[in-house]
Design a protein around this ligand. Structure first.
Ligand SMILES: NC(=O)CC[C@H](N)C(=O)O
Length: 309
């Protein structure tokens, strides 16, 4: 029933939402992202049986940005176990913008969840590896396993561009270091984090990651477990409660699919018994979510009854 979203239908729906590409603005606080073309749109659906459909400019590559947070969380949980991770990062939504420092003063120092920048920086700090490059190398190998594609790397220009301008993220790290949530060098953690955010994919590779989460962490073809099922479930739950920043509540009502967005204008959605959906449309709304991504997922969810609620 749900699987009748065909190639033609997807192309038609993407054309329907194309006008929304002019509603928002491309991210400009990371200079390299401001060069993205708001008219470059793409969508892919990866079904659990291995079939996929795609539409738009599917050759476009983009950086994961905040979508990397959910993947890094899976790896940090596998590296350290749940108790260690959740002693240092909470499980509650914030209702604040993703780069807010405000709550850290109240907790104190412990970020409310791993999907906001403070929490994600703490998670990157926990990924095993003696150097930033070792951490990022391990994260890339993990992504190679998730996508079954060993060509994926990070964009060094986007990474260094963000590293040089990331003063808020440095502040979050210093705050958490004071409270012993993060260990070691702030600059090295930021180096790993900005490289993690700059990992570059296309919609087909991203949809495959969504499908793997939907498949309980198992590879679609071989059935090999890449993420333990209970950890994949934790990641999808965070996608529901915090994946779309301070728009997670309205997204749950309008779309109702576990999803994570990034300021490059990409959205990763993962739906059990269905598969993964990835949308790319660089124009962002005021919360930092892809305008086209939100609209397309809303239309698809309503038309094909995809909400988990
Ligand atoms: N919302 C996002 O995608 C933020 C990721 C970005 N790299 C940052 O830390 O600001």
């Amino acid at each position: 029933m749900k699987k009748d979203i065909t190639q033609d239908i997807l192309e038609e729906w993407l054309e329907n939402v194309r006008p929304y590409a002019f509603d928002g603005q491309v991210a400009n606080y990371i200079p390299a992202l401001s060069r993205q073309n708001p008219e470059e749109l793409a969508v892919a659906i990866q079904y659990l049986n291995g079939e996929s459909v795609e539409a738009g400019y599917t050759d476009a590559t983009f950086t994961l940005q905040s979508i990397s947070k959910v993947i890094a969380l899976a790896l940090a949980l596998m590296d350290n176990g749940e108790d260690y991770v959740f002693d240092r990062v909470g499980m509650e939504p914030t209702g604040d913008p993703f780069h807010s420092i405000y709550r850290l003063e109240k907790t104190p120092g412990k970020p409310l969840n791993p999907m906001i920048n403070a929490g994600a920086l703490a998670v990157t700090n926990m990924i095993h590896g003696d150097t930033p490059d070792e951490k990022v190398g391990r994260l890339l190998s993990f992504i190679h396993d998730l996508t079954d594609d060993h060509t994926i790397g990070y964009n060094p220009e986007v990474a260094s561009n963000e590293f040089e301008t990331s003063f808020l993220n440095r502040s979050l790290l210093f705050y958490m270091k004071q409270h012993r949530i993060v260990k070691g060098s702030v600059e090295e953690t930021l180096d790993a984090y900005t490289k993690q955010c700059a990992i570059e994919v296309n919609v087909c590779q991203l949809a495959r990651i969504g499908a793997l989460f939907a498949n309980g962490g198992r590879d679609l073809e071989s059935g090999r477990s890449i993420i333990p099922k209970h950890l994949a479930r934790i990641c999808k739950t965070f996608m529901v409660t915090c994946g779309m920043y301070d728009a997670s509540g309205s997204f749950a009502i309008k779309v109702g699919i576990p999803a994570k967005s990034g300021v490059s204008g990409s959205v990763l959605a993962s739906l059990n018994h269905f598969g993964g959906i990835a949308v790319y449309g660089p124009s962002l709304d005021e919360k930092g979510n892809s305008v086209v991504g939100l609209k397309l997922l809303e239309l698809l969810s309503n038309r094909y009854d995809l909400s988990i609620f």
